[in-house]
Design a binder for this molecule. Structure first.
Ligand code: CO
Length: 402
């Protein structure tokens, strides 16, 4: 029996927001790692782990993953917040890593074995205009990505107009661009009309709305996009407005992907069991780790919904590894979002998943199969980090949900 001896966080990337938890046992050389990554609240999560949760877990049997998950969850009394979920998720991943090492099996084997050969991923294509976008999509298709996300411009592109040409109040705050729902409703269907004209209906394409629209316009967009047969439309609504998915499903067949901001089962369970979304997009660490995500994947299977665990931008190779093992072993898997890591960043994580030809490949090492080189991690750590998500506003200065 391996007892938990030490739990600490290793910080890397600018501002140290890639926080990787290391759970060390009393068995020589036996430890596990997990992702405690939170780009906005890294210090809060690591404090919760090291000062609040760790002291309670020292001396416990590392094998009791389910019981540790339930006890940490209940001990918080107030639960299902992103900070606690991330802290709990990191420890949960590390305990599964330890269990895999003890069993001398990669995690996907413990989860029932592979039910696919590798993990198909979707790429992020974008362009400042339609020609540049087509070029970017074609590049990813040639690389082997089975699905490509299509965005006009950068983050949340489309629907933005120069602030100078928008009807703004005389005391308007400084802004280069402002967001307009109706412009977005023009731009994105026109974008897909162009893409289908140039690329045909063979390529599987998605689009991410980043929740920018008013809910009634989200319904309109989903309906307008129906003729272009998307692989899925992502985050057309903010988490506060998920009841509107019922209207969307009554209006059109555009598949819906949702959930990278979800932290509470009350957000995703009804959407799955009422078949109001087609792909659930929670981030493995933000749902509370591998333990709850295995349950989500099983729930999805019974209701014909699929998983598309969130990765992308600020995510790290450890969370990616956790998602990959779920992907390899879940029948309800749909597609996996890609990540962009530099060669220097990957060097910090020996055993990281290999992304090639639009697919993720495991190294078949026991547990998560990934470790962290603490010296190299320290080299990538700088004092200041990213300063929050882009703040988009409408012409009158009111904020648009990210
Ligand atoms: Co998204």
């Amino acid at each position: 029996m391996a007892k938990i001896q030490e739990i600490r966080c290793i910080r890397t990337r600018p501002g140290g927001y890639w926080a990787i938890v290391k759970v060390v046992t009393d068995q020589p050389g036996l430890w596990g790692i997990g992702s405690a990554n939170d780009v906005h609240h890294a210090d809060t999560v690591t404090t919760a782990i090291e000062q609040v949760i760790a002291p309670r877990l020292i001396g416990r049997d590392a094998a009791e993953i389910e019981d540790i998950w339930q006890s940490v969850y209940a001990a918080a009394y107030w639960r299902n917040g992103s900070i606690l979920n991330t802290a709990l998720g990191a420890i949960d991943m590390a305990l599964w890593d330890i269990k895999g090492k003890e069993a001398n099996m990669p995690l996907y084997q413990l989860f029932g074995g592979k039910c696919r050969d590798a993990v198909p991923c979707y790429a992020h294509a974008s362009g400042h205009d339609l020609d540049a976008l087509v070029e970017d999509i074609e590049r990813y298709l040639q690389e082997g990505y089975p699905v490509v996300r299509c965005q006009l411009g950068s983050y949340g592109g489309g629907g933005f107009v120069d602030a100078a040409s928008a009807p703004r109040p005389r005391n308007a705050r400084a802004a280069d661009k402002v967001f307009d729902d109706e412009l977005y409703l023009e731009a994105i269907p026109a974008m897909f009309a162009h893409l289908r004209d140039k690329l045909g209906f063979g390529p599987k394409l998605t689009h991410d709305v980043h929740e920018h629209l008013r809910p009634h316009n989200a319904v309109t967009l989903a309906k307008l996009l129906e003729p272009y047969r998307l692989f899925f439309l992502e985050d057309v609504l903010p988490p506060e407005q998920i009841d509107w998915f019922r209207q969307i499903k009554q209006q059109c067949t555009t598949p819906q992907a949702m959930g990278e901001l979800f932290v509470n089962p009350q957000e995703y369970v009804p959407l799955i069991t009422e078949r109001l979304i087609d792909y659930v997009r929670v981030r493995v660490s933000k749902a509370g780790g591998i333990t709850p995500c295995r349950k989500i994947a099983a729930l999805c299977e019974w209701f014909g919904v699929h998983t598309a665990w969130q990765e992308g931008g600020d995510n790290d190779p450890v969370n990616q590894a956790a998602a990959m093992h779920l992907d390899l072993s879940s029948t309800s898997f749909g597609i996996q979002e890609e990540n962009h890591f530099s060669a220097q960043e990957l060097d910090v994580f020996p055993g990281h998943a290999e992304l090639a030809d639009g697919h993720l490949y495991t190294n078949d090492q026991p547990g998560l199969g990934i470790d962290i080189d603490e010296e190299k991690a320290a080299e990538l750590l700088t004092a200041s980090g990213p300063s929050g998500t882009a703040e988009d506003r409408r012409a009158d200065g009111s904020i648009v949900r990210p």
